[in-house]
Design a protein around this ligand. Sequence first.
Ligand SMILES: C[S@@+](CC[C@H](N)C(=O)[O-])C[C@H]1O[C@@H](n2cnc3c(N)ncnc32)[C@H](O)[C@@H]1O
Length: 412
Amino acid sequence: MSYELYPVIRNPKYDFIGQSYADSYPNLHKYPATMIPQIGIELFSELGINKGKLLDPYCGSGSSFIVGLECGLEEMYGFDINPLAVLISKAKFTKIDLNKTKNLCQQLKESVYEFSKKADTLDNLQLPHFFNISFWFSKQVLLNLAVIKYFIDKFESDDIKRLLLVPFSETVRECSYTRNGEFKLYRMKPEDILNFNPDVFGIYFNKLEKVIEIYEQYYYPKLTDAKINIDFGSFQKRDDYYNVVLTSPPYGDSKTTVAYGQFSMFSNEWLGIKYARKIDSMLMGGKPAKSIYQKGLIKEYIGKIAKNSIKRALEISSYYFDLEKSIKEVASSIRKNGISIYIVGNRIVKDVLLPTDQFIAEKFEENGFIHLFTYERQLGNKVMPSLNSPSNKIGEKKSTMTKEFIIVCKKI
Ligand SMILES: C[S@@+](CC[C@H](N)C(=O)[O-])C[C@H]1O[C@@H](n2cnc3c(N)ncnc32)[C@H](O)[C@@H]1O
């Protein structure tokens, strides 16, 4: 059976070349594969969306909520399985008492420096226990991080605590023996470790100051009466509830695309998440499928991969089974005439380009929607691993994702 493909319109208006996330909303914390809010703001204006309830079932660090706030939506709901993503989003989009927070930051600074002068108190401090901890952190760094965490934990307000934990999480990463600037965890070279002696307190309090500044200048003024609810876990269906869905789902399983769990592992461990090391396997496509995905237009492409490697075909199938199930639930949660907007990249596996954009349009059509349009945009500003080895042949690297697709469907 041959399938007619959904038309794709190349729309340079959505390239936003040279622009980044930080142009309008500096981020409080690095996060992989963030969506630039400019895309959503432009789309909402094009589609005349300026009120109602918004859902992002894969909200990450929360760029859809910026769009919702800029465009006047009254209620917003987000979900993510990665606790670090929820921490960042909630910190950005929860209104807190700024004066109180600034006073607490000052108190925190004094307490931390005072406490660390006393060697005997330091000895009594409880250090976190996680696997291989001394492989990734020096004893001194561990102690200093533990002092900061000890005092943050003492604060009563969860909302304020969250904002203080955001720079803590970045400090954890920066002061570990990981090579910076990479999503995955690679240890520094032994000779670099010898000279690595980070000033944990200095780094944390500098970051804290910056986070408060950005929050005060860019996020706080936008936090009006709109209700923003961010939940930790996978999306829960709610029949005929939302007016619009704006989301950028993962483009494949975490193991072979963007390892959100690995990127966040130390932060999550310091936050006390017991299953921090299992997160990648809990995300979309994280568990191997028992059978190969055999439906619709994607079948042919997975079939080509299967000829090369059944194992890869099963891994890829797992992603499409999960995405299909999730779209079914999202579709039933959108009201009549509601709009779904998905932003994805099509990945290459074993030299086969997988048309995930087409899959999404097809699944929404199977679940009571019509496909309105798909825009293709040039990917100039997303922080993604841009080179990989799609054929898994050593030394053969290809640019994987240079385009993104914006798939817009309407419930009828
Ligand atoms: C492309 S990122 C979203 C980025 C987001 N738009 C932003 O600007 O930060 C995809 C997100 O989906 C989350 N995720 C993956 N599988 C999930 C699932 N089954 N349920 C909920 N969230 C999931 C990942 O943790 C990741 O944060």
